[in-house]
Design a protein around this ligand. Sequence first.
Ligand code: PLP
Length: 423
Amino acid sequence: MTYPRPIWPRVTDEDIAAVQAALLMSRSDPRYLTSAAGGGPVAEFEARLAQFFGVRHAMATSSGAAALHIAIMAAGVEAGDEVIVSPYTWGQTVSCILQQNAIPVFADIDPHTYNLNPRAIEERLSPYTKAIVVVHLYGHPADMDPILTIARRHNLFVIEDCAQATGALYKGRPVGTLGHFGCFSIGDGKQIIGGEGGFLLTNDDRLYERAVAFGQHPARQWAEIQDPDLRRDIDALIYTYRIHPLAAVIGHSQLRWLDQWNAERRRNHERLSAGLTGIPGIRPVFVAEGCQHVYHQYSPSFVPEEVPGISRETYVAALAAEGVPISLGYVRTPIHLRPRMRERRYVFGRGYPWRAGFREIVYQPGDCPQAEARCALYELSIGAGPAWLGDQTPLIAQILDAFQKVAENLEALRQYERAQAAG
Ligand SMILES: *Cc1c(COP(=O)(O)O)cnc(C)c1O
């Protein structure tokens, strides 16, 4: 391949002008550079987010992980409570649970969308279940309607991890507005960038006050919290999770492009999917009915039965040798099988959070067969996700040429495998 790979993040002229204007403003209004109490550009970003997503409250945070931790705390998840979550995700979908000394309980994924399977959630419910953290992995919405039904029936909180899915739609509604909290990232590699940063959304006034109470500076808490019990605890014994005002300025500036950029990402990745259709050994990314994908990652599946005698490793190596940006996938090891989960070691030491649990939870192979099979046999990643803006037809054509070349040389790959096996 010769076509240059697109660079992400993209910094627009408007972003540069907005940052310059903010720094100039900071000479008379320090909130443009440092803003413990919120207000200024942070409040402007939050107001715009709330309007854009059509929710009552938005709170900007220092990262997506911070937004998730705040949401777990604000939901009232307590030490030892069980929280149902997917094992097929980025670790921070799960670490927010551990950080609250709560117990992650893993439910299996749907093999097509790679997101939580509602039936698997039902199998994992216990009297100790308090919440569900739902990730919209790679930018594809999870099947929220049945998940919300389960949550309502069992009085559970639903926290959406939208860090990879800003702007994705489920049945016409933006992800992150469906559960109690939506948590987003504007950090490295996400749909829009603030440099680093994140935000959370909620329609619930009381939950919003609690979010402020756990993640914001007392100066902002005094201004925004009305609940007398929460006001009694304004004492700075909490986390500093506020956003950098310049990150808010950049994120705000980029928000105007979100829908257009996501539409471009969709067009390019749909073109890739169309071209991959029918190529032996690979199944293009699936998009469920009623879902709009925003392609944080393009993760198709290897189909071993279509290329007998060729391993996933060899197939990927052949494409990589042609210059295709392809890897053996993103998750690699499901979270429940990672060493510190299996060995029940976390940063607190002394066996916490598991020691805080109400019943014994162990993690072992077989807990989540679909997630385990995907990691071991099927997952692939192609391309650069959010970077595919504009018209990437020439780049995609070269990727498809490489797939075609591999498809025409399967026998050579089989011989290579046999030679490897013979040592
Ligand atoms: C990036 C990401 C996060 C964390 O966001 P940061 O802003 O990097 O803290 C959480 N969950 C998922 C699924 C992510 O991709």
